[in-house]
Design a protein around this ligand. Structure first.
Ligand code: F6R
Ligand code: ZN
Length: 191
């Protein structure tokens, strides 16, 4: 495959990559991912944009081609749950990913199909390595947008269905003293 060198510019504050493709997720795109359905219904009239991903994708198919992107997660909550991404496994369990936080404060929620779970901090400068077999979701626990750069192989693919059907084992919610990690009562383990 013929690769073409490129030069792209990321605005570190807004997260916008000039001339990149954009995916926008609104509350209506992911209502079922939040555990407080009454809170979802209250917010659905406005149907706010919860996050955007600016990305430059290579043609899928070869692990030596990498996609790059910047995610911008808005601050706020749906009930007691912070605004977060859907989260996914890579369809290819050999496709890892690296995140570099540019601004904001977040949590990276990780889990394997075997039931291991981890939560890592995201603050400016944090570099998070996500092995191929780990599902990953980012949660904005701060008052400003959470902005992070990501690089991943173009043959990674996305498994959103497993998370949609079973959820993550751990949830990050707003507690009295700030972000709090709880077990997800609705989680359905795979094994
Ligand atoms: C790519 C990746 C990120 C996410 C983005 C949005 O493999 O992990 O670019 O795609 O942060 O999250 P999802 O895709 O879970 O909606
Ligand atoms: Zn990913």
């Amino acid at each position: 495959m013929h690769e073409i060198p490129y030069n792209a510019h990321i605005n570190f504050d807004s997260g916008v990559i000039d001339d990149a493709q954009v995916t926008e997720r609104r509350l209506s795109d992911m209502a079922a991912f939040y555990h407080d359905q009454e809170a979802v219904q209250r917010l659905l009239d406005d149907d706010p944009v919860l996050y955007r991903v600016y990305y430059i994708a290579q043609e899928a198919g070869s692990p030596s081609l990498w996609n790059t992107g910047v995610s911008v997660i808005e601050p706020g909550r749906v009930g007691d749950e912070y605004i977060m991404t859907k989260g996914h496994y890579h369809l290819n369990p050999e496709a890892p990913e690296v995140y570099l936080t540019l601004s904001g404060t977040g949590r990276l929620v990780l889990q394997t199909r075997q039931g291991e779970a981890k939560v890592l901090a995201m603050t400016p400068g944090a570099m998070n390595y996500i092995p191929g077999e780990w599902a990953h979701r980012t949660v904005n626990v701060g008052d400003e947008p959470l902005v992070f750069f990501a690089v991943w192989p173009s043959d990674a693919g996305y498994d959103y269905d497993t998370i949609a059907e079973r959820g993550f084992a751990r949830l990050v919610i707003a507690g009295d003293d700030g972000p709090q990690l709880i077990d997800n009562p609705a989680f359905i383990p795979e094994s």
